[in-house]
Design a protein around this ligand. Structure first.
Ligand SMILES: [Zn+2]
Length: 704
């Protein structure tokens, strides 16, 4: 089943998984909010009517536990974080049309209404279950109040999720060897009556829903497996007093039965849309049309909450007679310098910290949206950040914009009076098409690629035509060339806006355009810019090496300080290992840093898309200016490839020729330090241990 491409005539809503109102934001969070924001802005550029809504998740044990640790009331605690998020998001250009929270009246009422509807439709039943209880604390232990062992994979797990292992949602009573996270005592199980939502009734519906679901493939493949394994009904109440009371139970004192946080959290997507409609009027944006009629619902989420958004949520929507989501885009995690982001170890880049370092938010937006595909994990390092900013933004996009508009300003005080050439018109149209395809493929990298590749063309175009040599001898051609370049600059502004809104606005104003580039549509990329504009300024600033060194040192010191704290903690298993020889400590650290096996399985067909061949290195030489890059000539049977590999510091370059290697042959080409790399030589780990063959397979032999 394929749906009509964006833009459609129906209103859209773009959402991003709600942040728990319980701690500082870091770039792991920002990746999702920026990604969804860029997607929403891209839809607007296509001319799609859309709203980007979100809100803080105020309920649940993640908030209650943290509030309790600080000895404050959960509502006051969560509200404080909520207000901080409201201030922080816009600083990164994350422009919600509405940002509410789950404890407000709109969400509370809507949640009760939806649960009541499910109940009346016969999808909710009551059942006696065993619930963990802490006799010393004299309270029940829902979700994060209890820790134990995952019954599926044996890893340490929280009461409601196997967060360190298989990432399954766990039902109350499922976690084995439960102990209280309040007192540390073993928990008892006590019988309690709870409400269950009949998710199992929706297996067939969900199977069909997943077949039509757009977004990332992991959001379809994982839930298919869960459905195949058999869906369990879902316990939707908890023994707590912080949360939304079960409808009908509002007045009962002492019962303390509230809805599970994962019931009211996604409903905030609807509540927040409703608040937006109420503010701007239903004529401008009708939340009921979106959610109950024919809207395009697009969810951006982290890949740890796929089950909630592709099983529980669509079943609830269907059961309560709401519209089904069109897409779920589940993004990967962020690692820092190749290691897992860890807030407790302070191995993170905090939102505030990034801004305090004085970097423009659009640089981070660009980095996070163009490094890796949506569902891949993305590594952040200050070195990679510098390379991306200096190479792609300063060296390519900024360079083209500055040189072409400065030339136009100096010679014509603006846009020369000429028509855009056929060649450039077509090239801009290609970029527009690439942008449109990127949006419809949920590929922000492709959306950004439309701009960067167009700017690259612009640089080549101006270089090839050398207008500086034409101004005197052939003024007409010079005007023509610069007219083309100014049009490319305008197209770059329009196409760059979703990814880097403030920078795009600067270009827009530079070109003498009025209003907001965010209001521009794709077709404006080909409309003539104003005849006059002022002297341009450079758009991006190069990040110097010493700056990166300083940032790396700061990060390393912070992580070391946090792990000193951890070492002092006798409960910390890794700290214990560190007391041995330093080598043991390193081994423990290295083992702890091994990446978990990707949760998303790929089919054999997808594997077959990867063309790996045996290759033989014919020659190898270092690349000037690059510390560890080597230019290789590799015989892969059908041809000899030039491949750039990061091997210089780890291998004796002269000894490389003759070595059999494994080459990823159908990787897109890349340019590294001005040298084209056509393929990738596979190697293991940071030591770049080269993969080779056991026997004498000939170059060109396929790996399968
Ligand atoms: Zn597990």
């Amino acid at each position: 089943m394929s749906r009509e491409e964006f833009p459609t005539d129906d209103p859209a809503v773009v959402t991003c998984g709600l942040p728990y109102a319980n701690g500082d934001l870091h770039i792991g969070h920002l990746r999702g909010y920026i990604g969804a924001d860029a997607f929403d802005r891209s839809l607007e550029t296509l001319g799609q009517q859309t709203a980007y809504v979100c809100g803080s998740d105020m309920h649940g044990t993640p908030v209650a536990v943290n509030a309790e640790q600080e000895g404050v009331d959960p509502e006051a605690f969560a509200l404080e974080w909520h207000e901080q998020y409201e201030e922080t998001f816009p600083k990164f250009g994350v422009d919600f049309d509405n940002y509410g929270h789950t404890h407000d009246e709109t969400n509370t009422e809507l949640t009760r209404e939806i649960v009541r509807t499910l109940d009346e439709a016969g999808y909710v039943y009551e059942k006696e279950i065993q619930v963990a209880y802490d006799p010393d604390a004299d309270q029940y232990l829902p979700d994060r109040y209890v820790v134990g062992t995952c019954p599926y994979c044996g890893e340490k797990a929280r009461g409601d999720e196997c967060d360190e292992g298989c990432q399954r949602h766990l039902e109350p009573g499922e976690v084995e060897d439960p102990s209280s996270s309040i007192t540390g005592n073993p928990a008892e199980y006590r019988e309690r009556s709870h409400k269950f939502f009949e998710v199992s009734e929706f297996s067939d519906y969900l199977t069909e829903f997943l077949d039509g679901l757009e977004g990332t493939s992991n959001a379809r493949n994982q839930p298919r497996q869960w459905i195949e394994d058999g869906l369990q009904d879902w316990c939707i109440t908890r023994d707590m007093d912080w949360g939304i009371d079960y409808p009908g139970d509002e007045s009962e004192e002492g019962d303390d039965l509230v809805l599970y946080v994962w019931v009211d959290a996604p409903i905030e997507y609807i509540a927040s849309s409703k608040q937006y409609s109420e503010r701007v009027g239903a004529d401008e944006y009708d939340w009921e049309e979106v959610w109950k009629d024919s809207g395009e619902i697009v969810h951006f989420i982290g890949r740890d909450i796929i089950q909630h958004h592709t099983i529980f949520w669509p079943a609830m929507l269907e059961g309560a007679d709401y519209n089904a989501p069109r897409a779920v885009a589940a993004t990967g995690f962020i690692t820092i310098n190749g290691k897992g982001l860890s807030t407790s170890r302070n191995r993170a880049i905090w939102a505030d910290e990034y801004l305090q370092e004085g970097f423009h938010p659009d640089l981070l937006r660009y980095y996070l949206t163009t490094t890796g595909g949506l569902q891949q994990d993305v590594d952040f390092s200050w070195d990679a950040f510098q390379e991306k900013v200096n190479g792609e933004l300063v060296g390519n996009v900024g360079n083209f914009l500055y040189r072409s508009t400065l030339f136009a300003y100096r010679n014509y005080e603006g846009t020369p009076d000429a028509d855009v050439s056929e060649e450039v018109h077509e090239r801009i149209q290609d970029a527009v098409e690439q942008f449109r395809t990127g949006v419809n493929d949920y590929s922000l990298r492709e959306v950004a690629g439309a701009t960067t590749e167009l700017a690259k063309f612009g640089n080549e175009y101006i270089q090839r035509n050398e207008p500086w040599n034409l101004v005197d001898d052939d003024p007409e051609t010079a005007e023509q060339v610069i007219r083309d370049c100014v049009q490319i600059a305008k197209a770059v502004a329009v196409l760059l806006e979703p990814i880097a809104p403030e920078k795009a606005q600067q270009v827009w104003e530079q070109l003498g355009e009025d209003g907001q580039v965010g209001d521009a549509l794709l077709e404006h990329a080909l409309e003539a810019p104003p005849a006059e504009f002022d002297e341009p300024a450079e758009l991006f600033e190069k990040i110097e090496d010493d700056r990166v060194e300083e940032l790396n040192e700061k990060l390393a010191e912070r992580v070391a300080a946090a792990s000193d704290d951890a070492d002092a903690d006798a409960d910390d298993a890794e700290a214990d290992a560190d007391e041995g020889s330093s080598a043991d400590g390193d081994a423990a650290e290295a083992a702890a840093d091994l990446e978990a096996i990707a949760e998303d399985r790929i089919g054999f067909e997808e594997f077959q898309d990867v063309d790996m061949r045996v290759g033989r290195i014919e020659s190898a030489e270092g690349i000037e200016g690059a510390d560890d890059l080597v230019r290789l000539e590799v015989d892969i049977g059908v041809e000899t490839r030039q491949i750039v590999a990061g091997l210089k510091q780890l291998h004796d370059v002269d000894a490389l020729p003759g070595t059999s290697v494994v080459v990823l042959a159908n990787l897109e080409t890349a340019e590294l330090f001005g040298v084209e790399s056509n393929g990738m030589v596979l190697a293991a780990g940071e030591q770049a241990d080269l993969l080779t063959t056991h026997e004498d397979a000939e170059p060109g032999t396929k790996i399968r």
